[in-house]
Each structure stands twice: as structure tokens, then as C-alpha cells.
Design a protein around this ligand. Structure first.
Ligand SMILES: Nc1ncnc2c1ncn2[C@@H]1O[C@H](COP(=O)(O)OP(=O)(O)OP(=O)(O)O)[C@@H](O)[C@H]1O
Length: 243
């Protein structure tokens, strides 16, 4: 593969567009990158690392993996992948996944696990003097969240590309928010990123997967639908919504 493939150049251009539009990164930033072992967050780490070689803005990157505690975890292999990319991975071993799937929990396990995970990410980042957290959510995730929130929370909202927490003490950024999942999948396969099997019992059986299937069926009927849905989130006619 040439060093910069067409797929990578497109991803890089969309990442740059998102970073500028949402003012995500400033000179001197220390940025934690949440790694799940999946293609999105590995692509994110790679893209942010590549990008800083070619721009004047300087920032440091700190990959962090919150191990949910299932047997068959892959923290060691993920750390090795990071090492090959020139990074030291922080692995935080927890029992979040086990407790969330135990009879002690009456809430939705995914909801609980992701809330605890974010809390740990903030705590670890804080202990390292980091105030920015980059997550690998992509364009498909942003659209799916809109539908999830409409269907299951009764509200029109999504995950935003830049979000402040604790009165601005922490900022979450999502530099892949404009990149299609399909493009990331292609890039991950070009780069031959390792594929880690997710040992979580809820993997692939979530409400998000149902929404994803529904949207994919819809996209097949008209190629403009996905772009239109994405655009509609920044083109809201408040006067044509209900009071
Ligand atoms: N165990 C984890 N430790 C640290 N960060 C995580 C972890 N799991 C998820 N994240 C972060 O949250 C983002 C969204 O998580 P989600 O589980 O939806 O992953 P995903 O859509 O499958 O993406 P990926 O391909 O990166 O796994 C990830 O891209 C990553 O940045």
C-alpha cells in the first residue's frame, strides 16, 4: 500500500475539517485517546498521530484502554499494537463488564458499562494532567444516536463532535464524526490493524445494532438518504417542530 492511500487522504481531510469546524485541538494539548481495540479508535489514534507530523500545532497523545474484565481480554495484544505505533498504552483493569452483566445490575448493561468507562477515562486522564479525551465515534454512530434518542429517549439529540463536561474542565472530542464507518473499515483493513474479538456478551445484540440494520436497509433504497440525515442535524427548523 502507498504510505498515504486514497482512503487515508479522505479520512485525513474529513478529520481536518471536523477539527477546524469544531475547534477541537489547540497548541500544547495533551489528549487522551480512548481505545476499545476496535477499528475506529485505532484509526483515530493513527490519524491524529500522522496529522501532527504535518501541522504546526503540537499536541501529545495518550492511548488508554479500560479493560472490562471479561476472560479472553486482549489488553496485552492491544498494548503491543500501540507500541508498534510508538505509544505506551495505559491499561486499566476493571470488573465493569462482569458487574454490568451480573444479577446485581437491573439497568441496561451497555448503558452502565459506558457510564463507568467514561468516568474511569476522566479519572485516569485527570491523574495524568490531561483535560481532553478523543473518542472514535464516526458519522454512522452520530446518525444512529439521533435515531436511538428519538426512539428510546423521546428526544431529538445526538452525540456532538465537541462536548464540554464538568463546566468545561474536560472536553470530549470526536474527530471521526464526519467519516463514514465503511471508509474506516477499509482503512483498518489496508493498514492490517489486528481484529480483537470482543468478549462482551452484549456485543452485536444492542438496540444500536437494530437501528444500524434499519438504517442500512433505508440507505440501500436511495444513496442520498445518509447525507441528508447527517445534514439535517445542522439544519433544524425550530419553528417547524412541536412546542
Ligand atoms: N474499553 C474502552 N476503553 C477506552 N475507550 C473505549 C473503550 N470502549 C470504547 N471506547 C471509546 O469509545 C468509542 C466508542 O465506543 P464503542 O464501544 O461504541 O466502539 P465502536 O463504535 O465499536 O468503535 P471502535 O471501533 O473504536 O471499537 C471508541 O471508539 C473508543 O474511543
Amino acid at each position: 500500500m502507498p504510505r498515504y492511500s486514497y482512503t487515508y487522504k479522505t479520512i485525513n481531510s474529513l478529520v481536518g475539517k471536523a477539527i477546524h469546524r469544531y475547534d477541537m485541538i489547540q497548541d500544547g494539548d495533551r489528549i487522551a485517546v480512548g481505545l476499545s481495540g476496535g477499528k475506529d479508535s485505532l484509526t483515530l489514534l493513527w490519524a491524529l498521530a500522522e496529522r501532527r507530523k504535518r501541522i504546526r500545532v503540537h499536541y501529545d497523545l495518550f492511548p488508554i484502554y479500560i479493560d472490562p474484565g471479561f476472560s479472553g481480554g486482549f489488553g496485552g495484544e492491544l498494548a503491543e499494537t500501540c507500541r508498534q505505533m510508538g505509544f505506551l498504552l495505559t491499561v486499566d483493569k476493571t470488573d465493569h463488564g462482569l458487574v454490568a452483566h451480573s444479577s446485581a445490575n437491573r439497568e441496561n448493561p451497555c448503558f452502565l458499562c459506558s457510564r463507568w468507562r467514561r468516568k474511569r477515562l476522566f479519572e485516569i486522564a485527570d491523574s495524568m494532567g490531561i483535560t481532553k479525551l478523543a473518542l472514535g465515534h464516526n458519522k454512522d454512530d452520530v446518525i444512529e444516536t439521533l435515531f436511538l434518542n428519538i426512539c428510546y429517549a423521546g428526544e431529538i439529540s445526538t452525540m456532538v463532535p465537541r462536548q464540554a463536561f464538568f463546566r468545561g474542565r474536560f472536553t470530549v472530542i470526536r474527530p471521526l464524526a464526519m467519516v463514514d464507518e465503511q471508509r474506516i473499515r477499509r482503512f483498518a483493513s489496508e493498514r492490517q490493524f489486528p481484529r480483537f474479538d470482543n468478549p462482551c456478551p452484549s456485543a452485536g445484540v444492542t438496540k444500536r445494532s437494530e437501528i444500524k440494520d434499519m438504517l442500512e436497509r433505508l440507505y440501500r433504497t436511495n444513496r442520498k438518504i445518509k447525507g441528508n440525515i447527517y445534514r439535517s442535524m445542522s439544519h433544524v427548523k425550530m419553528e417547524y417542530l412541536l412546542k
